[in-house]
Design a protein. Structure first.
Length: 227
């Protein structure tokens, strides 16, 4: 094992110009390579303890940490978006989210709400259209990128799977709503919509994986409060 670590050290001396101070878990760390694009920006590289080196340009988006349960939940849901701006999409998101909170037995509402949020990210400063069933290949790319970026930030701040120790759905929705309203208020200090989408994915994951955590925590049919 000592020889492996020495090989890694030698590789870093050969390929990198210094370590990036980003806490990472696992068997790799990211370094700044001496090579650069035309604008002289150093290229990140990832060094493994085996001595292998590869591009570290994917570190900002951790797609592998996106909840598979959430993706399965929203795929093949039907939705209609007619030349919507991001704000139009958020209007639909808020309506369907509060409909779900009024009756948590209607899970199709939270699935549609999550899709509206992803399409809000896709719209950006423009508009977006969609009519029909949303397959895996149709899921909004920019929306998923926002979730992947939030996954990467969370992995650094807490650890990659910290949240999967278990969080109730309503906790996730609470944070998603906070981020959406901050965005609507004009706050652009952080990617509020990306974080909101991550929380909605977490809410869907929670409903699927942790029914015990959610029992008796939300309203049911007729806006009946939990007992």
């Amino acid at each position: 094992m000592e020889k492996v670590f020495k090989a890694c050290d030698n590789a870093q001396q050969q390929y990198s110009g210094g370590d990036v101070p980003v806490p990472l878990t696992g068997t790799a760390k990211v370094s700044m390579a001496p090579l650069a694009w035309v604008d002289d920006t150093p290229l990140p590289q990832k060094h493994f303890i085996s001595g292998a080196v590869r591009s570290g340009d994917a570190e900002a988006e951790h797609w592998e940490l996106i909840s598979p349960a959430a993706l399965v939940a929203i795929a093949y849901e039907e939705i209609t978006i007619d030349n919507f701006t991001a704000k139009n999409c958020l209007e639909e998101f808020l309506e369907t989210t509060f409909q779900f909170l009024g009756n948590s037995e209607n899970e199709s509402k939270i699935r549609c709400a999550t899709l509206f949020l992803l399409f809000a990210l896709e719209a950006g400063d423009g508009t977006v259209e969609y009519d029909g069933v949303v397959g895996y290949a149709d899921l909004p790319r920019k929306g998923l990128q926002g979730v992947a970026r939030a996954c990467a930030e969370g992995a650094v701040k807490y650890s990659p799977y910290n949240w999967e120790k278990g969080m109730p759905c309503v906790e996730m929705i609470r944070h998603a709503l906070r981020h959406v309203y901050l965005w609507l208020d004009g706050d652009r200090e952080e990617d509020h919509l990306g974080h909101a989408a991550w929380n909605m994915f977490g809410a869907l994951h929670s409903l699927d994986q942790w029914p015990g955590l959610n029992e008796g925590t939300m309203r049911t049919s007729g806006c009946t409060p939990p007992k």
